[in-house]
Design a protein around this ligand. Structure first.
Ligand code: ARG
Length: 588
């Protein structure tokens, strides 16, 4: 269904035409003076020049043509030529009644559904997930859900880092510790026992140990590089170990991501792209796109309009090894072959922006994608600690995601226990649900490209612009609705009547914005716009709630109308938090 702004504009068009002014001037915005009006149109002022008429005259003519229009409670021409508008309570109630009857809450699904591959998560196999991966997972999950809500086919791919030096490091360390393992024996043919020779706990210790040694010990590093190369060339024992590492780590990653309510459709990774590399590189050479530069194979991607230096994209190093860019390009080849997407959307730390500029340009130039395949990149900022530096543990180490989640849950638990008497067991469960909202909302409420400060104390607060505050509002609504139903109130939705007072009108107007907000947030891939919307909505709801005695209302039609309004508010809030990737508990 149409947006309120569109409906108002359509209503203004005949009035503009009657005033002798072209329909294109009938543009309406939400008022920036809510004390004076709800919506405003500045079209008369824009048109004045062309029609050589005083703006206020045009505004007055338009307003005269709107007299008696049932859509408006007020249409006023104000000097120097503004048209100030307030909707009638009946029109607004009608809009909300249509909205409650619509399963998509009046959001119009896209007329042109697109197939979008969303590359997010980006975890590295065998390395622990750290807070840097958190943002990609949280923002990506929300973009995926928004896209689906708008009717697109979005395929989430975790795109694992599963082919790099970390594998060689682990193999080297294992080889030093357990040279007797079957995988290291000469003539190993590829059969391997089902049981991995390590657990995830072992891996979590082995990788950092190996990584540390390789930094201190040149020979060790050489060995690890050699092991990586042999793995990539197909050494059967190393391949078997690699599969063990993959299985053990992926199981652990799945557990971690599901704890975050993050779910991928594809568990592919850098290794899947490798088979496509030789042919791709050959073609780039044959067709003259790639040339040698100081021994390396590169593709020039400079463009005349560039305002900064864009270095060539390196396809192969001088020793013939492929790089991050090579893998990303080959992944594009694979994605085009297997899925034919209309768009591939990448989400990483913004420090990778140059990499993606080079990859996208190379992909276009060498024809890896179709002309109308969109390649998009959203780079996010850093999550900092209160000291303004990248988030660390208390003793200065890299913060692991699990620990971060545990810290939040602990703080949430404490706050819930402080708040009221509750069974500790239930408080633990609730702390998990609410804690996730604290993390996700704390992240998503900032514009993705900006750095932000991860402030546990603020994020877990029940007051202010936080996830727990939003959940608290939903729980409050649920509790009123439960009481209403427990007292025999109907489960059927009643008819919403014209708003009875100012705070109800404000709540209705806020609800009426929903379809526009959702559409715009997806277009701009801006989950923070949904956050700021639900914060406003929750505030308007709470103001209404404090000023209105809902359950003791004696007029049944009025009571039913308010209950319907509550149900609609709850649905909108729940839809929004679902799109943001978290949910509300029953009580808190
Ligand atoms: N594994 C990478 C990292 O941890 C992120 C991968 C992002 N996706 C991509 N197609 N390059 O930085």
């Amino acid at each position: 269904m149409k947006k309120i702004l569109t409906l108002i504009e359509e209503e203004l068009i005949p009035a503009f035409e009657k005033a002798g002014v072209d329909a294109s001037y009938a543009k309406v915005t939400v008022s920036n003076r809510p004390d004076l009006c709800e919506f405003q149109c500045n079209g008369a002022m824009v048109a004045a020049k062309k029609y050589k008429k005083a703006p206020i005259m045009i505004a007055k003519d338009v307003v005269a043509a709107l007299q008696g229009d049932a859509m408006f409670a007020m249409a006023e021409a104000v000097n120097p030529g503004f048209i100030n508008l307030k909707l009638s309570g009946e029109f607004l109630a009608g809009f909300l009644n249509d909205m409650q009857a619509d399963e998509n809450l009046s959001v119009e699904k896209t007329a042109k559904p697109r197939k979008i591959i969303l590359d997010y998560g980006g975890a590295n196999v065998a390395k622990p997930l750290h807070v840097g991966h958190l943002r990609s997972a949280i923002i990506g999950e929300s973009i995926k859900r928004m896209g689906r809500f708008m009717g697109h086919e979005v395929i989430g791919d975790v795109h694992l880092g599963d082919w790099g030096l970390q594998m060689g490091l682990i193999i080297t360390e294992l080889r030093r510790r357990q040279p007797e393992l079957v995988y290291f024996q000469e003539g190993y043919t590829g059969e391997y026992p089902q049981e991995a020779p390590f657990t995830i706990g072992d891996l979590e210790e082995i990788y950092p140990a190996a990584s540390k040694k390789s930094k201190e010990d040149e020979a060790y590093r050489g060995e690890a590089l050699e092991a990586t190369k042999q793995l990539q060339q197909g050494n059967p024992g190393y391949r078997a170990l690699w599969q063990h590492i993959m299985r053990v780590s992926i199981a652990d990653l799945k557990k971690n991501y599901s704890r975050l309510n993050v779910e991928f459709d594809l568990w592919k990774g850098e290794s899947d792209a490798q088979p496509y590399i030789p042919e791709m590189v050959q073609r780039m050479k044959d067709e003259g796109f790639a040339h040698e530069d100081q021994g390396a194979l590169v593709v020039d991607v400079k463009e005349e309009t560039d305002t900064k230096e864009i270095p060539p994209c390196i396809i192969l190093k001088s020793d013939g090894a492929s790089l991050y860019a090579t893998t990303d390009l080959a992944t594009i080849v694979e994605r085009m072959k297997l899925y034919q997407p209309d768009e591939i959307f990448y989400l990483t730390d913004k420090r990778q922006e140059m990499h993606f500029i080079q990859v996208f340009r190379t992909a276009r130039k060498t024809g890896l994608v179709k002309e109308d395949t969109k390649l998009s990149f959203l780079g996010f900022g850093t999550m900092n600690g209160k000291d303004g530096k990248p988030f660390k543990t208390r003793d200065g180490g890299v913060m692991r995601l699990e620990n971060l989640i545990a810290d939040i849950e602990e703080e949430m638990y404490r706050k819930i226990m402080d708040n009221h008497e509750i069974d500790p067991q239930e408080a633990r469960e609730t702390a998990k649900i609410v804690g996730l909202s604290a993390i996700k909302y704390g992240d998503l409420s900032n514009q993705a490209s900006k750095d932000y400060v991860f402030d546990i104390d603020r994020f877990t607060s029940f007051e202010g612009n936080t996830g727990p505050y939003i959940l608290y509002t939903i729980v409050r609504i649920k509790s009123i609705l439960n009481k209403y139903q427990a007292a025999g109130g109907s489960t059927e939705n009643g008819v919403m009547l014209a708003a009875a007072n100012e705070s109800e009108k404000a709540l209705c107007l806020e609800l009426g914005r929903f379809n526009g907000v959702m559409e715009n947030a997806f277009e701009e891939t801006a989950p923070h716009k949904i956050c700021s919307y639900i914060y406003d909505l929750a505030n308007e709801f709470n103001r209404f709630y404090h000023e209105t005695k809902i359950l003791s209302e004696e007029n049944e039609a009025q009571k039913a109308s308010w209950i319907a309004l509550l149900r609609l508010t709850r649905r909108v809030l729940e839809t929004c938090i679902d799109v943001l990737g978290f949910e509300a508990p029953e009580r808190m």
